[in-house]
Design a protein around this ligand. Structure first.
Ligand code: MTE
Ligand code: MO
Length: 316
């Protein structure tokens, strides 16, 4: 069945609880995106409106956890998105000002088919999947979020990476008019993140366009954000406009800002502290007691082989 999905603003809190239960019981999803506006526009704004689009119900994706999902109310009001301020409540308060439609994504660098896409064209060739993942921030809180998206590997294969493509660099939108945080230099803008090629091609790595059966709310990184569940939350870059295949390891925003705390890999690792935070325990949002943090955020069986033989205290 093809359905339309509502924008987050149109959701009543009462509905959200019902949807969460629905997901728990039914274990499949309704997802969606926006529809096509045609190809020619470039990365430039201003923007024209495009229509809402159709989606399909899908079976649940692989790797989904059966743990209790964090309520939508919490995952959409307790955010890190420094483009809108450094308090957890700032993104939900201010990110509504960001226009996400239309949106273009550039895929560039070491590949045979570099291109600039409208978001709709970028995503439409692929079947959307639901992935219920644990989400662990370096600040020692965690959540469980039902994302909707496409494995990044599917998208990278389409551009046919060349032999020089050893890393992938991601860039967030730069628009200080709509992102007030970018008017101050608390971080180097635009926000930049990176993955090694094999990490980017891992089937767990997702480009998300929705959560809880809806399009992504702005504060969670609309309209397109990365999700890398075995790494600390800051690797999961929001509101992506550029994906670049590169030969050398990118210098990411957080590495540049505080290199002794943020390394390139940033795999969740309870044995390596990140001053001022110990990484041994975490508080799941909504829980009273802390719980032990798991190596690779519990995704070790899937990803540990990527780091065989590496000293993970050195490559933190
Ligand atoms: N562009 C951008 N992406 C970002 C951030 C940010 O400040 N700017 N914060 C990161 C951090 S520290 C975390 S923990 C996650 C939070 O994602 P969430 O708000 O969906 O939970 O987003 C990451 N992606
Ligand atoms: Mo984070």
């Amino acid at each position: 069945m093809a359905i339309l999905i509502k924008r987050p603003a149109a959701i009543k809190p009462s509905e959200i609880t019902d949807r969460a239960l629905y997901f728990d019981r039914r274990r499949f999803l309704r997802a969606s995106l926006l529809s096509t506006v045609g190809l020619p526009a470039l990365l430039a704004r201003p923007r024209i409106a495009s229509a809402a689009l159709t989606v399909h119900e899908l079976p649940p994706g692989p790797f989904s956890t059966h743990e209790t999902m964090t309520p939508y109310q919490d995952t959409t009001t307790y955010n890190n998105f420094y483009e809108f301020g450094t308090s957890k409540g700032d993104p939900s308060r201010y990110a509504g000002a960001m226009s996400t439609n239309p949106w273009t994504v550039a895929v560039t660098g070491a590949c045979r088919h570099p291109a600039i896409y409208h978001l709709e064209d970028f995503i439409r060739p692929y079947a959307l999947q639901e992935r219920i993942y644990r989400h662990r921030c370096v600040e020692a809180w965690s959540m469980v979020i039902p994302w909707i998206g496409v494995p990044l590997r599917d998208i990278l294969r389409r551009c046919v990476p060349s032999g020089d493509a050893r890393y992938v660099e991601f860039t967030t939108l730069y628009d200080p008019r709509e992102m007030p945080g970018q008017r101050s230099d608390i971080l180097q803008w635009p926000y930049l993140e990176g993955l090694r090629m094999d990490e980017a091609m891992h089937p767990l790595t997702l480009l998300a366009v929705g959560m809880y059966g809806r399009v992504l709310p702005n504060q969670n990184g609309a309209p397109l954000r990365l999700v890398v569940p075995w790494k600390y939350g800051f690797k999961s870059i929001k509101s992506i406009v550029k994906i670049r295949l590169v030969k050398n390891q990118p210098v990411t925003t957080w590495m540049r800002a505080v290199p002794q705390r943020y390394g390139f890999y940033s795999n969740v690792n309870p044995a390596v502290d990140r001053v001022p935070w110990s990484q041994r325990y975490e508080r799941r949002i909504g829980d009273f007691f802390k719980r032990k943090t798991l190596m690779f955020n519990g995704y070790g069986p899937e990803v540990a082989h990527l780091y065989a033989g590496m000293n993970l205290a050195k490559y933190y």
